[in-house]
Ligand binder design. Structure first.
Ligand SMILES: [Cu+2]
Length: 256
């Protein structure tokens, strides 16, 4: 009797774990759609400020006339825009995680890449290839914040993110100019625009979606797109050089 009561007590005191119904995996049919396009900047931006790296000689030695040129443009085309898809069709599924890791390097006192995406649970390997100490400090809203120093040529840090979040800023507390942005996604439909402003999202199931584009200097835009099976869809975006986000104006010699 005593034993039974105790057992009952044990069972009743176990935490109740809410079981989320497992979503089915999406298996490609071979008839998915592609969305591709170009990100353009209308108008010209003022000159970027030179970054003062004198506080850390290895950074200064590695850079002549350092500028945050990774944020910017090539003949009116905008690199480092993060383009991603949102929609109910995607929420109904889970998507296989790639085997690959994503690597973020610290080289010549910049984060490389400056903007990137990865999947919830995918490994992010962070390398310090510089002869100086860095510090990696993401400031998420939905994921846990962390802040970790990485000495010169120290072993890589290996991290994952638990929740989808666009975008998480990453800073280096040693070098205030060092910034990176990561989009953490629960599906594979995202891309970063290249130096020609081009992007491509492949393998998208047919459906109606929001196609969003985020850029560090210009904020976010969104359009609705409907793709049919096998469609090759073009979607271009244009930002206005005059509409730099208030908090980014310090990057320029004079206000845009
Ligand atoms: Cu640093």
């Amino acid at each position: 009797m005593r034993f039974t009561l105790f057992t009952l007590f044990l069972i009743s005191s176990l935490p109740v774990v809410a079981q989320e119904p497992q979503k089915p995996f999406y298996y490609p049919t071979g008839n998915e759609a592609v969305i591709s396009g170009t990100i353009t900047l209308n108008g010209t931006l003022p000159k970027l400020r030179v970054i003062d790296m004198t506080a850390d000689p290895p950074c200064q030695d590695a850079n002549h006339n350092p500028k945050p040129d990774w944020v910017i443009t090539n003949q009116g085309r905008l690199a480092n825009a993060f383009i991603y898809v949102r929609g109910e069709t995607l929420n109904a599924y889970q998507f296989e995680l790639p085997d690959s890791e994503v690597i973020m390097n610290q080289r010549a006192c910049y984060f490389e890449p400056h903007v990137f995406g990865l999947r919830v649970g995918q490994t992010l390997r962070i390398i310090n290839g510089d002869p100086t100490q860095h510090n990696v400090h993401p400031t998420p809203k939905l994921n846990p914040e962390w802040n970790q120093t990485q000495a010169a040529y120290a072993p890589p840090m290996v991290k994952t993110f638990r929740r989808a979040e666009v975008m998480i800023p990453i800073k280096c507390n040693q070098h205030p100019w060092m910034k990176a942005y990561v989009g953490v996604m629960n599906h594979p439909y995202f891309a970063v625009s290249d130096r020609l402003g081009k992007f491509e999202i492949r393998g998208l199931p047919a459906g109606t979606y929001k196609l969003a584009v985020w850029h560090e200097l210009f904020g976010e835009q969104e359009i609705e797109v409907t793709v049919v099976p096998g469609e090759n869809r073009n979607a271009d975006f244009t930002f206005d050089a005059q509409k730099v986000l208030e908090e980014k104006k310090y990057l320029f010699e004079r206000e845009p």
